[in-house]
Design a protein around this ligand. Structure first.
Ligand SMILES: NC(=O)c1ccc[n+]([C@@H]2O[C@H](COP(=O)([O-])OP(=O)(O)OC[C@H]3O[C@@H](n4cnc5c(N)ncnc54)[C@H](O)[C@@H]3O)[C@@H](O)[C@H]2O)c1
Length: 386
């Protein structure tokens, strides 16, 4: 088996998502394992970390046994030893940076959202296709093992006809006044590319459409629950993006569902995200760690409210969780970002099909954009395929 290097520039290497998930949990392990087998070859990523802070770059490079890092993006882009450019820095600079990478002749792989608007995304797609370069978008939630269990149930016909779904996501993000905020301030500023719709709805688009089929139209609301926050320097700032959203979705197949996403809710559900699907023959709920299913045969005969004498005790003798069975493990856990990288590397070196291309990433942006429009106009907005 021949060993071949594939040069990959990681932009935004000091950021949380790049340094932890993409580097530490995905690319660094591929390197230390001696590479990724692709056909008769072992493909070893040769990494170049790009960021703005020398000290942080050096620390991250050392921790992950990466030899090369730089703060000079233009020099990195000019280096022919690195044909692949990965973009994971703060959202607001993404479009311009990807444009430069395409001009420099790099294949691009990018974090979400891939572009601020669908129109700008389509321009980028035209540029990358005209240049004959390959492209991909990070769609990691597709590969969450528990969501794969849910997909398995759908493929097996467990649900019968799917009639509805409910996707719930979020937790309390402190505003920084009494307790330090656990998310960066750019997440709450339009100039930083912040906002919950553009942050999370790109994920929900590919999760919903890959599992349940195409979305026909959406009706959404979006609001700001915490209008003032404290930034990393301790200064107060006004939040000018939404931190809470509710979306009603109609699928092409006639089923309806909802997405409840919020940075201003306290968790009382199975997990930080839960995806509940109802069908005529069964229902299932997937969290991040576990998946529970209830078949038609296990469905209790609920006749309605009957609080009776025990109403004040909160106990009526029924535990509705009893009728759910845990869906067993089928595959060993693999980090979802690593699954994405392995697919993209195979796409680059062996032309393997890669479902999460830039077009898919633009469709992810389209859901967020349609929801913003719907919230503004207080109207249903269609989601035509581009
Ligand atoms: N796939 C996912 O689940 C997922 C999860 C979190 C974040 N993300 C995406 O990843 C990106 C980074 O998010 P994060 O949570 O790592 O943020 P972060 O704030 O931790 O990191 C942002 C990085 O961008 C750099 N940066 C900031 N402004 C810059 C500029 N003007 N030019 C160049 N670099 C700049 C910072 O130095 C830092 O390295 C965002 O686009 C976000 O939407 C995706």
């Amino acid at each position: 088996m021949a060993t071949k290097e594939l040069g990959i520039i990681l932009h935004g290497a000091t950021g949380r998502i790049c340094s932890t998930q993409h580097l530490h949990n995905a690319l660094a392990p591929i390197c230390t394992e001696g590479g990724l087998p692709v056909g008769d070859d072992m493909i070893v990523p040769r990494l170049l970390l790009v960021g703005r802070n020398d000290r942080r770059l050096a620390e991250i490079a050392t921790a992950n046994q990466v030899a090369n890092w730089t703060t000079d993006l233009d020099a990195a882009l000019a280096d022919p030893d690195y044909p692949v450019f990965f973009e994971a820095a703060a959202t607001h600079q993404r479009l311009a940076t990807l444009g430069k990478a395409i001009t420099a002749g790099k294949h691009i792989y990018t974090e979400k959202p891939v572009a601020p608007t669908v129109a700008e995304g389509l321009d980028l797609l035209a540029d990358v296709e005209t240049a004959g370069l390959k492209h991909g978008a990070v769609e990691d939630k597709l590969y969450l093992p528990v969501f794969q269990k849910l997909s398995g149930l759908i493929e097996s016909g467990f649900f019968g006809r799917i009639v509805g779904f409910r996707l719930e996501f979020g937790w309390w993000v402190f505003d920084g006044k009494g307790v330090e905020s656990q998310r960066p301030s750019w997440n709450y500023k339009s100039t930083g590319g912040g906002g919950l719709l553009s942050d999370m709805h790109p994920h929900w688009r590919y999760v919903i459409e890959n599992m349940l089929g195409p979305i026909r139209q959406v009706a959404a609301t979006a609001w700001t629950a915490q209008p003032e926050r404290i930034d990393e320097a301790g200064a107060a700032y006004a939040v000018d993006v939404e931190d809470s959203t509710t979306t009603l979705i109609e699928l092409e197949n006639g089923a309806f569902g909802t997405i409840l996403s919020s940075w201003a809710t306290r968790v009382r559900r199975d997990d930080l995200v839960t995806f509940h699907v109802d069908g005529t023959e069964g229902s299932a709920v997937a969290g991040l760690r576990r998946c529970w299913a209830q078949s038609a045969a296990d469905t209790p005969m609920v006749r309605g409210f009957d609080l009776g004498a025990e109403a004040n005790t909160g106990k009526d003798g029924t535990d509705y969780l009893d009728d759910w069975r845990e869906v067993p493990e089928t595959v060993a856990y693999k980090n979802p970002y690593r699954v994405g990288w392995e697919g993209f590397i195979r796409h680059i070196v062996a032309d393997a099909p890669f479902v999460s291309d830039l077009r898919a990433g633009i469709r992810d942006v389209q859901l967020a954009e349609a929801c913003s429009q719907s919230a503004e106009e207080r109207a249903w907005v269609p989601l035509p395929q581009h």
